[in-house]
Design a protein around this ligand. Structure first.
Ligand SMILES: Nc1ncnc2c1ncn2[C@@H]1O[C@H](COP(=O)(O)OP(=O)(O)OP(=O)(O)O)[C@@H](O)[C@H]1O
Ligand SMILES: [Mg+2]
Length: 239
């Protein structure tokens, strides 16, 4: 269980996040908000890549900053803009990341093969990353986040640039992986999370607007007595 208490983040004078209070339990959390709302800032705080200006994030009651390495072993993070070595093959890149994560050699080899297989990259594992399509690179990004079999998976717009088929495939992979994990998944695309998210997080005016189930959110706006679609609820929230 992750608990966010009074978290705010200021960049010089600018408030990117203000007084966020919420909880993330097991399940898929779709973070759906327009550009600049603060999704990346929030996810970086959850990944301990940024520290909040005020407030605290707790993992099962312990401050994640105090947990340090112990917390980082629990998480996998896929940044919005992920850097890779163009001349590395997927296999070499993943083994390299495994070293950085402190994973032993034989486990790294085993996990790398299993993930390449699961993400449909096994056949191309020796090809250089510079020859990969956008969708293939995104899958490498997911694979590196999963190397340590994290309990908390933080994905910042993992489907950016993917075609509808790749998005669908990506959804299937996530659902398959989700059991027992907390997945924080930011996106602009409603259909990415509509069918798979247990809850939807929306940020508005740089603070938390909601953390509710898809149905609860759809029911906050009625049209002719019926719940609107998630897409309509999203649009109406920011109108
Ligand atoms: N290092 C920084 N210094 C100054 N301002 C920043 C910094 N990082 C983010 N911001 C500002 O904070 C706000 C939130 O940014 P953030 O990247 O978290 O938004 P986002 O919801 O991820 O947007 P997008 O959908 O475009 O990825 C933006 O106004 C951004 O300009
Ligand atoms: Mg972002």
């Amino acid at each position: 269980m992750l608990t966010i208490e009074n978290v705010s983040k200021k960049f010089k004078g600018f408030t990117a996040l203000a007084d966020i209070n919420t909880e993330f339990a097991e399940g898929i959390y779709g973070i759906l908000s327009p550009n600049g709302a603060g999704k990346t800032t929030l996810l970086k705080i959850m990944a301990t890549l940024l520290f909040p200006t005020t407030g605290t994030v707790y993992y099962n009651g312990t401050d994640i900053r105090q947990m340090g390495e112990q917390y980082r072993e629990l998480i996998g993070y896929m940044p919005q803009h992920f850097g890779y070595y163009r001349d590395y093959s997927a296999e070499r890149y993943l083994k390299y990341i495994a070293v950085l994560k402190g994973i032993g050699k034989s486990e790294a080899a085993e996990r790398t093969d299993a993930l390449l297989d699961r993400l449909g990259l096994f056949e191309v594992k020796s090809k250089k990353l510079k020859t990969y399509s956008g969708g293939m690179l995104q899958r490498v990004g997911i694979a590196q986040a999963l190397l340590n079999n994290p309990e908390i998976l933080i994905l910042d717009e993992p489907t950016a640039g993917l075609d509808p088929m790749e998005r669908a495939k990506f959804r299937d992979i996530l659902v398959e992986l989700a059991e027992g994990k907390t997945i924080l998944y930011s996106t602009h695309i409603v259909s990415d999370v509509e069918d798979i998210a247990d809850r939807i997080i929306m940020l508005k005016n740089h603070t938390l607007h909601c953390n509710m189930t898809v149905d609860e959110l759809r029911n906050t706006f009625l049209q002719d007595g019926k719940a609107v679609t998630l897409e309509q609820a999203f649009i109406k929230t920011y109108q």
